[in-house]
Design a protein around this ligand. Structure first.
Ligand code: MF3
Ligand code: CO
Length: 249
Protein backbone atom coordinates (compact mmCIF):
# COMPACT_ATOMS: atom_id res chain seq x y z
CA UNK A 1 0.00 0.00 0.00
CA UNK A 2 1.25 3.47 -0.88
CA UNK A 3 0.88 5.77 2.13
CA UNK A 4 -0.06 9.31 1.02
CA UNK A 5 1.20 12.15 3.21
CA UNK A 6 -0.80 15.17 4.37
CA UNK A 7 0.57 18.68 3.81
CA UNK A 8 1.51 18.79 7.51
CA UNK A 9 3.41 15.50 7.24
CA UNK A 10 5.21 16.75 4.15
CA UNK A 11 6.39 19.79 6.13
CA UNK A 12 7.92 17.47 8.73
CA UNK A 13 9.55 15.44 5.95
CA UNK A 14 10.86 18.71 4.53
CA UNK A 15 12.62 19.38 7.84
CA UNK A 16 14.16 15.88 7.96
CA UNK A 17 15.20 16.25 4.33
CA UNK A 18 16.70 19.70 4.87
CA UNK A 19 18.83 18.30 7.66
CA UNK A 20 20.06 15.57 5.29
CA UNK A 21 20.84 18.18 2.61
CA UNK A 22 22.72 20.39 5.05
CA UNK A 23 24.72 17.43 6.31
CA UNK A 24 25.65 16.38 2.78
CA UNK A 25 26.70 19.94 1.98
CA UNK A 26 28.93 19.99 5.06
CA UNK A 27 30.41 16.59 4.16
CA UNK A 28 31.21 17.43 0.56
CA UNK A 29 33.20 20.44 1.74
CA UNK A 30 35.29 18.12 3.91
CA UNK A 31 36.02 15.49 1.26
CA UNK A 32 39.75 15.53 0.46
CA UNK A 33 42.64 13.20 -0.27
CA UNK A 34 44.21 11.80 2.90
CA UNK A 35 41.05 11.52 4.99
CA UNK A 36 39.28 8.30 5.93
CA UNK A 37 35.67 7.50 5.13
CA UNK A 38 35.21 6.87 8.86
CA UNK A 39 36.06 10.54 9.53
CA UNK A 40 33.21 11.53 7.20
CA UNK A 41 30.87 9.19 9.04
CA UNK A 42 31.79 10.76 12.39
CA UNK A 43 31.13 14.25 11.01
CA UNK A 44 27.78 13.14 9.63
CA UNK A 45 26.61 11.62 12.90
CA UNK A 46 27.70 14.65 14.95
CA UNK A 47 26.06 17.05 12.50
CA UNK A 48 22.72 15.21 12.52
CA UNK A 49 22.56 14.63 16.28
CA UNK A 50 23.75 18.19 16.98
CA UNK A 51 20.66 19.46 15.19
CA UNK A 52 18.20 17.18 16.92
CA UNK A 53 17.96 14.48 14.26
CA UNK A 54 18.63 10.76 14.41
CA UNK A 55 20.79 8.94 11.82
CA UNK A 56 18.39 6.84 9.76
CA UNK A 57 20.72 4.10 8.55
CA UNK A 58 22.56 3.28 11.79
CA UNK A 59 21.01 0.08 13.11
CA UNK A 60 18.75 -0.34 10.07
CA UNK A 61 19.01 -4.10 9.35
CA UNK A 62 22.16 -3.95 11.48
CA UNK A 63 23.89 -1.42 9.23
CA UNK A 64 26.72 -0.18 11.49
CA UNK A 65 27.18 3.46 10.44
CA UNK A 66 25.41 6.77 9.80
CA UNK A 67 26.77 7.25 6.30
CA UNK A 68 27.09 5.04 3.25
CA UNK A 69 30.45 5.94 1.66
CA UNK A 70 30.91 4.16 -1.69
CA UNK A 71 34.30 4.69 -3.35
CA UNK A 72 35.00 4.20 -7.08
CA UNK A 73 33.66 0.75 -8.18
CA UNK A 74 31.50 0.59 -5.05
CA UNK A 75 27.93 1.20 -6.20
CA UNK A 76 26.08 1.76 -2.91
CA UNK A 77 26.17 0.80 0.79
CA UNK A 78 29.93 1.16 1.24
CA UNK A 79 30.64 0.97 4.98
CA UNK A 80 32.81 3.81 6.32
CA UNK A 81 36.22 2.47 7.36
CA UNK A 82 39.88 3.35 7.78
CA UNK A 83 40.19 3.49 3.99
CA UNK A 84 42.04 6.67 3.04
CA UNK A 85 40.69 8.71 0.11
CA UNK A 86 43.14 9.55 -2.63
CA UNK A 87 43.27 12.17 -5.36
CA UNK A 88 41.17 11.06 -8.34
CA UNK A 89 38.78 8.84 -6.37
CA UNK A 90 35.04 9.42 -6.51
CA UNK A 91 32.90 8.90 -3.42
CA UNK A 92 29.15 8.40 -3.09
CA UNK A 93 27.77 9.91 0.12
CA UNK A 94 24.34 8.50 0.99
CA UNK A 95 22.60 9.69 4.12
CA UNK A 96 19.27 9.52 5.91
CA UNK A 97 17.90 11.29 8.97
CA UNK A 98 14.79 11.01 11.13
CA UNK A 99 13.12 14.17 12.48
CA UNK A 100 9.87 13.98 14.46
CA UNK A 101 9.24 10.44 13.23
CA UNK A 102 9.75 11.05 9.51
CA UNK A 103 12.65 10.19 7.22
CA UNK A 104 14.64 12.12 4.65
CA UNK A 105 17.11 10.37 2.30
CA UNK A 106 19.58 11.77 -0.24
CA UNK A 107 22.86 10.94 -1.94
CA UNK A 108 25.52 12.66 -4.02
CA UNK A 109 28.70 11.44 -5.67
CA UNK A 110 31.67 13.81 -5.58
CA UNK A 111 35.23 13.78 -6.87
CA UNK A 112 38.21 13.68 -4.50
CA UNK A 113 40.35 16.49 -5.88
CA UNK A 114 40.64 16.42 -9.65
CA UNK A 115 39.23 13.61 -11.80
CA UNK A 116 39.48 13.11 -15.59
CA UNK A 117 36.76 14.64 -17.83
CA UNK A 118 35.21 11.22 -18.54
CA UNK A 119 34.68 10.71 -14.82
CA UNK A 120 33.19 14.18 -14.44
CA UNK A 121 30.83 13.16 -17.23
CA UNK A 122 29.71 10.03 -15.36
CA UNK A 123 28.83 12.18 -12.34
CA UNK A 124 27.07 14.80 -14.46
CA UNK A 125 25.00 12.25 -16.43
CA UNK A 126 23.93 10.43 -13.25
CA UNK A 127 22.75 13.65 -11.60
CA UNK A 128 21.00 14.69 -14.83
CA UNK A 129 19.26 11.29 -14.92
CA UNK A 130 17.96 11.92 -11.40
CA UNK A 131 16.50 15.25 -12.56
CA UNK A 132 15.01 13.64 -15.69
CA UNK A 133 13.24 11.23 -13.36
CA UNK A 134 12.06 14.00 -11.06
CA UNK A 135 10.64 15.88 -14.08
CA UNK A 136 8.32 12.93 -14.67
CA UNK A 137 7.12 12.89 -11.05
CA UNK A 138 3.89 14.77 -11.74
CA UNK A 139 0.22 14.00 -11.14
CA UNK A 140 -1.28 11.91 -13.94
CA UNK A 141 1.97 10.22 -14.95
CA UNK A 142 2.64 6.63 -13.99
CA UNK A 143 5.46 5.43 -11.78
CA UNK A 144 7.48 3.85 -14.59
CA UNK A 145 7.58 7.16 -16.47
CA UNK A 146 10.18 8.13 -13.86
CA UNK A 147 12.07 4.87 -14.37
CA UNK A 148 12.02 5.13 -18.14
CA UNK A 149 13.27 8.72 -18.22
CA UNK A 150 16.22 7.76 -16.02
CA UNK A 151 17.16 4.72 -18.11
CA UNK A 152 16.83 6.65 -21.36
CA UNK A 153 19.14 9.44 -20.26
CA UNK A 154 21.76 7.03 -18.92
CA UNK A 155 21.80 4.75 -21.96
CA UNK A 156 21.93 7.57 -24.53
CA UNK A 157 25.11 8.67 -22.74
CA UNK A 158 26.55 5.16 -23.14
CA UNK A 159 26.31 4.04 -19.53
CA UNK A 160 24.33 1.30 -17.77
CA UNK A 161 21.72 1.66 -15.02
CA UNK A 162 21.91 -0.71 -12.08
CA UNK A 163 18.75 -2.81 -11.87
CA UNK A 164 19.50 -4.73 -8.64
CA UNK A 165 18.68 -1.74 -6.42
CA UNK A 166 15.74 0.65 -6.60
CA UNK A 167 14.37 3.89 -5.21
CA UNK A 168 11.42 3.77 -2.83
CA UNK A 169 8.51 5.43 -1.14
CA UNK A 170 9.53 7.10 2.13
CA UNK A 171 7.72 8.46 5.17
CA UNK A 172 7.50 7.10 8.71
CA UNK A 173 9.67 4.30 7.35
CA UNK A 174 12.85 4.51 5.28
CA UNK A 175 11.48 2.11 2.70
CA UNK A 176 7.79 2.19 1.83
CA UNK A 177 5.90 1.21 -1.27
CA UNK A 178 6.25 1.71 -4.14
CA UNK A 179 9.64 0.52 -5.35
CA UNK A 180 11.04 3.00 -7.87
CA UNK A 181 13.19 1.14 -10.44
CA UNK A 182 15.69 3.02 -12.58
CA UNK A 183 14.66 1.21 -15.75
CA UNK A 184 11.52 0.11 -17.53
CA UNK A 185 8.88 0.80 -20.13
CA UNK A 186 6.91 4.05 -19.70
CA UNK A 187 3.22 4.10 -18.74
CA UNK A 188 3.30 1.25 -16.20
CA UNK A 189 2.60 1.01 -12.50
CA UNK A 190 0.49 3.19 -10.20
CA UNK A 191 -0.61 6.67 -11.21
CA UNK A 192 1.25 9.38 -9.36
CA UNK A 193 -0.84 11.29 -6.85
CA UNK A 194 -0.58 14.30 -4.60
CA UNK A 195 0.89 13.26 -1.25
CA UNK A 196 3.22 10.60 -2.63
CA UNK A 197 6.75 11.04 -1.36
CA UNK A 198 9.49 9.16 -3.20
CA UNK A 199 13.24 8.68 -2.89
CA UNK A 200 14.47 8.54 -6.49
CA UNK A 201 18.03 7.20 -6.74
CA UNK A 202 19.71 6.25 -10.02
CA UNK A 203 22.91 4.20 -9.78
CA UNK A 204 24.93 4.34 -12.99
CA UNK A 205 27.88 2.19 -14.10
CA UNK A 206 30.51 3.19 -16.62
CA UNK A 207 30.83 -0.45 -17.71
CA UNK A 208 28.38 -3.31 -17.38
CA UNK A 209 25.28 -3.04 -15.16
CA UNK A 210 26.24 -6.18 -13.22
CA UNK A 211 26.83 -5.73 -9.49
CA UNK A 212 27.61 -8.05 -6.59
CA UNK A 213 27.62 -7.66 -2.81
CA UNK A 214 30.87 -8.17 -0.87
CA UNK A 215 31.36 -10.56 2.07
CA UNK A 216 30.53 -7.72 4.49
CA UNK A 217 26.90 -8.27 3.31
CA UNK A 218 26.53 -4.57 2.42
CA UNK A 219 29.02 -3.13 -0.05
CA UNK A 220 27.70 -3.43 -3.61
CA UNK A 221 30.43 -3.26 -6.28
CA UNK A 222 30.51 -3.47 -10.05
CA UNK A 223 31.45 -6.94 -11.25
CA UNK A 224 33.82 -5.53 -13.89
CA UNK A 225 35.45 -3.08 -11.47
CA UNK A 226 34.38 -0.03 -13.51
CA UNK A 227 33.32 3.20 -11.78
CA UNK A 228 29.78 3.77 -10.53
CA UNK A 229 27.89 6.90 -9.45
CA UNK A 230 24.74 7.47 -7.36
CA UNK A 231 22.52 10.50 -6.77
CA UNK A 232 19.30 10.59 -4.74
CA UNK A 233 16.61 13.08 -3.75
CA UNK A 234 13.49 12.76 -1.62
CA UNK A 235 10.64 14.44 -3.54
CA UNK A 236 6.96 15.15 -2.89
CA UNK A 237 4.40 15.10 -5.71
CA UNK A 238 2.47 18.36 -5.90
CA UNK A 239 -1.08 19.16 -7.02
CA UNK A 240 0.21 21.49 -9.71
CA UNK A 241 3.54 21.69 -11.46
CA UNK A 242 6.79 19.92 -10.78
CA UNK A 243 7.58 17.83 -7.71
CA UNK A 244 8.99 19.55 -4.63
CA UNK A 245 12.56 18.40 -4.00
CA UNK A 246 12.67 18.12 -0.23
CA UNK A 247 16.40 17.32 -0.01
CA UNK A 248 17.50 20.35 -2.06
CA UNK A 249 18.70 23.47 -0.18
N1 MF3 B 1 19.63 5.35 0.31
C1 MF3 B 1 19.77 3.95 0.59
C2 MF3 B 1 18.43 3.29 0.57
O1 MF3 B 1 17.45 3.97 0.56
C3 MF3 B 1 20.55 3.74 1.82
C4 MF3 B 1 20.13 2.68 2.75
S1 MF3 B 1 21.50 2.17 3.63
C5 MF3 B 1 20.92 1.24 4.90
O2 MF3 B 1 18.28 2.11 0.47
F1 MF3 B 1 21.92 0.96 5.65
F2 MF3 B 1 20.08 1.95 5.58
F3 MF3 B 1 20.33 0.21 4.44
CO1 CO C 1 17.16 5.66 -0.57
Amino acid sequence: MIILKTPEEIEIMARASKLVAETLQALRREVRAGMTTEALDRLAEEFIRGRGGVPAFKGYRNYPKTLCASVNEQVVHGIPSKRVLKEGDIIGLDLGAIVDGFYGDSAVTVPVGKVPPEVEKLLRVTEEALYKGIEQAVVGNRLSDISHAIQQHVEVAGYAVVTDFVGHGIGRQLHEEPQVPNHGKPGQGPRLQVGMVLAIEPMVNMGSSAVRVLEDHWTAVTVDGALSAHFEHTIAIQANGPARILTKL
